[in-house]
Write a protein that binds this ligand. Structure first.
Ligand code: E4P
Length: 219
């Protein structure tokens, strides 16, 4: 399973990249706004900066347009910003048309705001590179987000769809483990969830004991 970081924060992207376990970055308009990045010029500049920090890794940049021809225009501009841009498009009728358009022209896409297996089938048929089902937001309304990942993994495997399942809206380290168990191709998570995977009290206790014994033996 590939690890993407779900942020537009350059320091966090660098920290995850430097761990040597990062495979890509996802952003969305809310994440850009959280970093105080506003206005087309600044947003494009920020995408370029992110892409430079993680050369060769996929970086999802989301379109703001909701109408097909505008999505196409915007998506082309985004795709031209850097070689590693993936155009992120919402799951709507116009979005699916745009994904088909980009797919025919070898422009990578990420179909976002996916909440059902039916939507997942449409995105795969349109040729989306990635599909982003939002696990956490489904959990937030007391449904089981991970069940959706399992369902889509099963359908894609039966049908032989090439679209990669990117578990999104990840809230905690358990989600990452569950996504791996369910067979997600990619998980995109906040840095805090990635870092939480490191934690185990027995690791800390064990390391302290090893170092204590080493120093004792040397005396
Ligand atoms: C990433 O591609 C999604 O936009 C993101 O994971 C959504 O996460 P949220 O539900 O925590 O906003």
């Amino acid at each position: 399973m590939k690890f993407f970081i779900d942020t537009a924060n350059i320091d966090q992207i660098k920290e995850a990249r430097d761990l040597g376990i990062l495979d890509g970055v996802t952003t969305n308009p809310s994440l850009m706004a959280k970093e105080g990045i506003t206005g087309e010029k600044n947003i494009f500049k920020h995408y370029k900066n992110i892409c430079k920090e993680v050369e060769g890794l996929d970086v999802s940049a989301e379109v703001i347009s909701t109408e097909f021809s505008e999505m196409v225009k915007e998506g082309k501009v985004l795709a031209d910003l850097a070689e590693n841009i993936v155009v992120k498009v919402p799951m709507t009728k116009d979005g699916i048309k745009a994904i088909s358009y980009f797919s025919e022209r070898d422009i990578l896409t990420n179909c976002t705001l996916v909440f059902s297996a039916g939507q997942a089938i449409l995105a795969a048929k349109a040729g989306a590179t990635y599909l982003s089902p939002f696990v956490g937001r489904i959990d937030d309304i007391s449904w089981d987000g991970m069940k959706l990942i399992e369902e889509i993994v099963s359908i894609y495997s039966i049908q032989g769809y090439a679209t990669e399942i990117l578990a999104a809206s990840i809230r905690n380290p358990l989600h990452i483990i569950q996504a791996a168990k369910a067979g997600a191709d990619v998980v995109t998570c906040p840095l805090s969830s990635i870092l939480a995977l490191f934690n185990h009290p027995l690791t800390d206790i064990g390391l302290a004991k090893f170092l204590e014994d080493y120093h004792k033996a040397g005396k």
